[in-house]
Ligand binder design. Structure first.
Ligand code: ZN
Length: 479
């Protein structure tokens, strides 16, 4: 009886799901015929580029910048692509993160096989970490999806609004929907992200038009982590323009720089943990350690924690103070949870962090995925003081901040040190002073906060850039 039941269940599944490679192939070939068989494609237009991981609050969409011109060229046979865009900041500026750039920001990026680089100027800048995603983006494009599906033994099932074709490329699963007119209307995959884990990447294609014998969508909207990252209105499409890309030698020979932590003693039991693009500050209490900020991801956190234990071998890192939820400042928090630290963050973040921490990290398992633990939080409203004997850290909400709605700063009263993120970045190499709609907006607000809280600051230990005397900040705000 049980056996019969299983046979029935299997038959129903077969009819409902129709897992047939043969059907998939026929549907894909019909779509290639309907859309046009191209070896390369170029599409251009304008739209919006949204700054991923830099929302104003933890549940808000990514902040928008405007793309004034956009062109992408893809050559499928050589697995190469070139993306060129010019963007401007909206005026008045939107709330949220991302580096203020003022004027125009021109981006040119490439992928060719397993190599990726940016080349907005003359010198190529290798982007080792971007290669897998940029390569995958080729197969998420409408024509690329059909080619990759035909090459990778795709299967097909009936979806709610068309046929859903699925295949695997490397460790990535790609699904795409082909509608009754044999147009690709949607693709989806998942990419590893230090914060979100297996992060959904969805692209919706609509408004198909005929461009000289090739059908192509006039609207492309890609979302990552649930919110749009690219919203494009396509006005021009060229079939088979070709793309000749040669990988620059500097890109071929590039290797990932090792994670470097350089500690700098700022006072008795206080160390600035620099050496990379993002800093942390280690504070020693009589019986434990507290770390301010866990940026980037697991690799940085493990290296910073190792340096902390080298400096102070016999005390546990009991607290991790997280200034704000922007992904570049939040990506390393999970490693501290795995190490048993309690997270001190704005009360606005706690529910989101709990939800985010529960997401699966199967594509790139981190310490917490390998060693699951429940995160413990101390939520902060306006002010929280971490104290033991004569050592304390005062944590304050930075009110009225346009960069981030939940951002906090830390003040060490004994040493008169202010630790702040993103509001004042002294001497970060290669970062020109911003102009345009929001110059000095963050610095001016920070100054207001220091006056409001009557903080007596002698030194600024910023979470980007280098340690400076307070007089440098005064100069920056024109005092
Ligand atoms: Zn930020």
């Amino acid at each position: 009886m049980a056996k019969k039941m299983w046979v029935v269940v299997a038959l129903i599944a077969l009819y409902a799901g129709t897992v047939s490679a043969q059907d998939a192939k026929a549907k894909l070939q019909a779509a290639v015929k309907a859309m046009g068989d191209v070896q390369s494609i170029q599409y251009s237009g304008s739209g919006k580029l949204d700054t991923f991981g830099q929302s104003y609050t933890p549940t808000a969409a990514w902040p928008v910048t405007n793309i004034t011109s956009y062109t992408k060229t893809i050559d499928y046979a050589s697995k190469s692509a070139k993306e060129e865009l010019t963007r401007v900041e909206p005026n008045p500026p939107v709330k949220g993160g991302g580096r203020p750039f003022g004027g125009e920001d021109k981006q040119v990026n490439f992928v060719s096989g397993s190599f990726a680089w940016d080349q907005p100027g003359n010198a190529p800048v290798p982007q080792l970490g971007a290669a897998a995603e940029r390569q995958l983006q080729i197969w998420l494009s409408p024509n690329g999806f059909l080619k990759a599906a035909l090459e990778n033994n795709a299967t097909m099932r009936k979806g709610t609004v068309g046929s859903v074709i699925s295949f695997k490329t490397g460790k990535f699963t790609v699904n795409g929907t082909i509608d009754a007119d044999n147009m690709v209307t949607r693709t989806e995959t998942w990419l590893p992200n230090p914060v979100l884990g297996d992060m959904p990447v969805e692209t919706v294609y609509s408004g198909y038009k005929d461009f000289g014998g090739v059908k192509f969508p006039t609207s492309i909207v890609q979302s990552q982590g649930g919110f749009p990252v690219l919203e494009l209105t396509v006005t021009n499409v060229k079939a088979n323009p070709g793309l000749s890309v040669s990988v620059p030698d500097a890109v071929k020979t590039a290797s990932a720089p090792p994670v470097r932590v350089v500690s700098q003693k700022l006072g008795d039991g206080v160390w600035f943990m620099g050496g990379g693009s993002h800093n942390s500050v280690l504070v020693e209490f009589p019986t434990y350690l507290a770390m301010i900020e866990a940026p980037l991801g697991d690799a940085r956190s493990m290296a910073v924690m190792a340096e902390a234990h080298r400096l102070v071998p016999d005390k546990p890192i009991k607290y991790l103070i997280n200034t704000h939820h922007h992904f570049d400042h939040f990506g390393g928090v999970r490693a501290y949870v795995a190490a048993g630290a309690t997270i001190i963050t704005n009360e606005m973040n706690v529910a989101s962090y709990q939800k985010i921490f529960a997401a699966p990290h199967t594509l790139d398992p981190d310490e917490l995925a390998k060693n699951p633990k429940k995160a413990e939080f101390i939520p902060v409203k306006g002010k929280y003081v971490l104290t033991e004997a004569d050592r304390s850290i005062e944590i304050y909400r930075v009110e009225g901040d346009m960069h981030n709605g939940d951002i906090m700063m830390a003040y060490l009263p004994k040493d008169k040190i202010l630790v702040e993120a993103d509001d004042f970045t002294p001497d970060a190499p290669g970062v020109p002073a911003p102009t345009g709609p929001r110059p000095k907006m963050f610095e001016d607000n920070l100054k207001k906060q220091l006056l409001r809280l009557k903080l007596d600051v002698a030194t600024i230990a910023p979470l980007h850039g280098v340690v400076v005397p307070f007089s440098d900040f005064q100069k920056a705000v024109g005092d």
